[in-house]
Design a protein around this ligand. Structure first.
Ligand code: EPU
Length: 337
């Protein structure tokens, strides 16, 4: 376990932003994590997972602790279900592919999401009609102050749309070290209700899809819309889709009848931010090395050497213009540091 000074984080954030950490250390076990926290009680600390949901706008004046805990195991099973525990530092997509290879169902719709297992509960990641909260059983997390491990159950995580207790009540207090998911061994609940998936399967004449078929369909759809961070720096959806009260939405909808929306409850609707941003004229727009992706307006991209400040400036311009046109505030989904 080597602590390095003045360490470039460019390879540790999917936006590919060049900023420096005052100090950087990668931990490979829970014991190492405990040790580094004990040795640096009074240091400012910054916890880094896969770096896939953050925009770094300045150097990090802290000890950056990169959670590189690896391993996965079946901890329990019966005829129908398997409980799999994965360490926080496993790459999410590799983990999903491993579950599919073993014919374990539940994560296939979330194929190809960047990032590591440990951050999946933090923002309750989701895609194509499935969210982590649907299969999440519990996670272990180390209290940064006491170094004790606490188990958070599904209910205790207070999951919401891209929300959890880890972004709110206990923000910056815990480090997630492993996650347990409950997956199906048979009678898989194949979820193709999301329009694009059915269309993609139909293209290949698949009527009775396997887990692998659904995963492949999701991968194809994502690759057609979302840039690969290895080729073009990005952090997935930069904004959340705004949720409006129906009463407010109806007034806006009268002015913009073509606006897309989905009902989320008896009183609320969700509006696709990508649609609002596209209508506001930003889709595919480039400002120096920062820009809005050409195939999905919800995604901001780094064409090479954009700074975090430049990407932040684009995000603010997008928010301001969307608000001027529609009177709707779109909130960032990524953490701006
Ligand atoms: N749309 C546009 N223009 C665009 C983008 C989207 O008009 O540039 C419209 C689409 O036509 C569609 C609607 O907006 O009618 C929704 O688009 P899409 O299905 O692509 O999904 P999204 O709402 O833009 C959300 C998640 C994604 C997830 C997809 C699929 C959020 C913030 N984003 O995007 O998650 O992959 O649904 O389930 O909820 C992520 O969080 O990083 C992410 C990629």
């Amino acid at each position: 376990m080597e602590v390095q000074s003045n360490f470039s984080l460019k390879k540790h954030n999917t936006f590919g932003i060049e900023v420096k950490a005052r100090q950087f250390v990668a931990v490979h076990s829970v014991a190492e994590l405990k040790m580094i926290l004990e040795e640096n009680k009074n240091e400012k600390k910054f916890i880094l997972g896969g770096g896939s949901n953050m925009l770094l706008t300045k150097d990090i004046d802290a000890l950056v602790i990169h959670i590189d805990l690896k391993g996965k195991e079946i901890i329990k099973e019966d005829d129908d279900f398997v409980w799999v525990e994965s360490q926080a530092g496993e790459a999410w997509h590799d983990f999903v592919l491993w579950t599919i290879d073993n014919n374990f169902g539940g994560l296939e719709n979330m194929s190809l999401i960047p990032g590591n297992v440990g951050t999946t509960p933090v923002q309750n990641i989701g895609a194509y009609g499935t969210e982590i909260k649907d299969t999440f059983v519990s996670c272990k997390a180390m209290n940064i102050t006491t170094k004790e491990i606490k188990i958070f159950t599904n209910v205790e995580c207070s999951f919401g749309y891209r929300e959890s207790i880890f972004k709110n009540e206990v923000k910056d207090q815990f480090i997630i070290t492993s996650v347990v998911y409950k997956l199906t061994k048979r009678n898989h609940k194949i979820n193709t209700s999301y329009g694009d998936i059915l269309a993609e399967l139909a293209k290949n004449n698949i009527t009775d899809p396997t887990l692998k078929d659904v995963s492949n369909a999701v991968i194809t759809i994502r690759q057609s819309k979302l840039p690969d961070p290895k080729e073009l720096g990005n952090s997935g959806s930069f904004f959340k889709n705004p949720i409006l009260l129906k009463s407010d939405f109806e007034k806006i909808h009268q002015k913009f009848p073509e606006m897309k929306y989905y009902e989320v409850s008896a009183t609320e609707v969700k509006v696709p931010a990508g649609w609002l941003i596209e209508q506001a004229g930003f889709k595919g727009k480039r400002f120096g090395d920062a820009g809005v992706h050409k195939n999905q307006a919800l995604v901001l991209v780094n064409y090479g050497n954009a700074t975090g400040q430049e990407i932040l400036a684009v995000s603010k311009e997008v928010q301001k213009t969307v608000f001027e046109i529609f009177g709707i505030h779109i909130e960032a989904e990524v953490n701006v540091i």
